[in-house]
Design a binder for this molecule. Structure first.
Ligand SMILES: [Zn+2]
Length: 54
């Protein structure tokens, strides 16, 4: 898939970006990763807020 190429390119640049908002590692406090996605601390807190609304 073409999507996978983008992930490899990011890894090669050695600067991780959030899979959700696209912010770079240097723009956020922390980036967390699992096997197929990366998420920054800002998106995590946003998701927690969204989850709390419902
Ligand atoms: Zn993010």
């Amino acid at each position: 898939m073409d999507d996978k190429k983008d992930y490899e390119k990011v890894a090669a640049d050695n600067e991780e970006t959030c899979s959700f908002c696209g912010k770079k590692r240097s723009e956020v406090k922390a980036i967390f990763r699992n096997e197929n996605a990366r998420i920054c601390d800002q998106c995590i807190s946003k998701m927690k807020q969204d989850a709390a609304k419902e």
